[in-house]
Ligand binder design. Structure first.
Ligand SMILES: *Cc1c(COP(=O)(O)O)cnc(C)c1O
Length: 419
């Protein structure tokens, strides 16, 4: 009998057959645009499957045709990524935005409405609010803390209830770590589904995945990643991924073939390397984050810390969602520094080990100023409502020794005292 192994045990070998690559222990980079067919009959059979002209026969695999359609590096990567979320299938893209925009385009059409949670990642928000309206696709927004009944009423009052095509959410929200209930979002999607259409739920899981939160288990139909973040984990590539059922992924991969926004073989190969250490990296980052939050919680120059590990029964619903949905507290911490932009900038300019940069989830710790950087585009009123002020600093905790990170934070706080 086969033992069912954990994903981390399979990341070095799953889906790769050394015998097909001269015995190489690692999957080579298949830097090739096209693949040679043995016979014309074989080429015909591969194309029939690729273009959906017939169903795959029992045990038949899609043969290699052309690297915009399939490539061994990407196929092995996709198979390995399915293990973490226990998804049926996966598609990798040349960026997180490529994965997100492909899903949005595949699951909506002119006249439809997309229901989103707010705040979303800036790029997603821009595409949904500024680009999709050009194709006559509407948007409705709900925010953290709104009840199921409130969201349903909001949609019904808008007059757009019949046109809802997709619910698209992101949790925890960036940079405040506010939580959206995935199961409840699925209830909303179901509420607006009927005999003629299914409203799907898509979740951007970049902030917690693929280790610390598994949206498919809570009812999501599609999970999206910027693989640039934890999955890549070394700040040396841009990539994205989408996971879900075979039938939905067939649609996603179909559009990907024609947009041509799949990842390159080289990026796929780099991600295969990254996946081997995903578990140890993320475990260490989460452990470090707990220690760093503890330090910030007690620092006199810190006014407020936004961290999942700080939630307590007093936080009511948020605490309950965290316990049900998240398997760790993540490695993203935001905090309000005492003072204003001057104090925040002095702090950021004084860091020595932690790098002043946007992005997240990488081996090195990063710090940034959401109000003037990642969230500069957010409507001022919404910014105020969300608590994204000039005092806020966002940290992505890396794998360095935690006492060194804390030393760096401590000396940057000291610099403020000298202002
Ligand atoms: C970075 C990010 C994206 C966009 O991904 P890219 O790889 O930069 O295209 C989308 N969503 C979230 C939550 C992100 O952090």
């Amino acid at each position: 009998m086969e033992k069912k192994m954990k994903p981390e045990s399979l990341m070095m070998s799953y889906g790769y057959k050394p015998a097909l690559s001269e015995g190489a222990i690692k999957c080579p980079i298949f830097q090739t645009s096209t693949f040679v067919f043995h016979t014309a009959e074989e080429g015909k059979a591969f194309f029939e499957v690729a273009y959906g002209l017939r169903e795959k026969a029992e045990g038949e695999e899609l043969g290699l045709i052309y690297s915009r359609i399939n490539n061994p590096d990407l196929e092995i990567l996709e198979n390995r990524l399915t293990l973490w979320d226990e998804a049926e299938d996966c598609a990798v893209f040349e960026s997180g935005m490529a994965a997100i925009t492909t899903v949005l385009l595949e699951f909506s059409k002119p006249g439809d409405t997309i229901l989103i949670s707010s705040p979303l990642y800036g790029g997603s928000d821009h595409f949904i609010r500024k680009v999709l309206p050009k194709f006559h696709i509407n948007v409705l927004t709900y925010t953290v803390g709104q009840s199921l009944q409130e969201v349903i009423r909001l949609v019904e009052d808008s007059g757009l209830a019949d046109s809802i095509a997709l619910v698209y959410i992101e949790t925890p929200a960036n940079p405040t770590n506010d939580l959206i209930d995935i199961a409840e979002s699925k209830t909303i999607a179901r509420h607006f589904s009927n005999d003629k259409k299914t409203v799907y739920l898509a979740v951007d899981n970049t902030y917690m995945g693929p280790l610390w939160q598994h949206p498919l288990k809570h009812g999501a139909d599609l999970v999206l990643y910027s693989a640039t973040k934890y999955i890549g984990g070394h700040s040396d590539l841009i990539a994205g991924a989408c996971l879900g059922s075979k039938s939905l992924l067939q649609r996603v991969k179909g559009l990907r073939t024609f947009l041509g926004n799949m990842a390159s073989p080289n990026t796929g190969w780099l991600l295969l390397r990254s996946l081997e250490t995903l578990k140890v990296r993320m475990d260490m980052q989460a452990r470090n984050a707990n220690k760093i939050a503890e330090f910030l919680n007690h620092h006199p120059l810190v006014e407020k810390v936004y961290f999942l590990g700080n939630l307590s029964p007093a936080d009511g619903r948020a605490y309950e969602i965290r316990n049900r949905q998240c398997m760790a507290n993540g490695a993203m911490i935001s905090f309000d520094i005492r003072g204003s932009e001057v104090e925040a900038f002095t702090f950021l300019n004084s860091l020595k080990l932690i790098k002043l940069a946007v992005s997240l989830g990488s081996t090195e710790s990063l710090a940034e100023h959401p109000a003037t950087m990642t969230h500069v585009d957010v409507d001022p009123e919404l910014k105020a409502q969300l608590g994204i002020t000039e005092r806020m600093i966002r940290l992505s905790v890396g794998v360095e020794y935690y006492e060194d990170i804390i030393w760096d934070l401590k000396q940057a706080f000291e610099a403020i005292k000298n202002l």
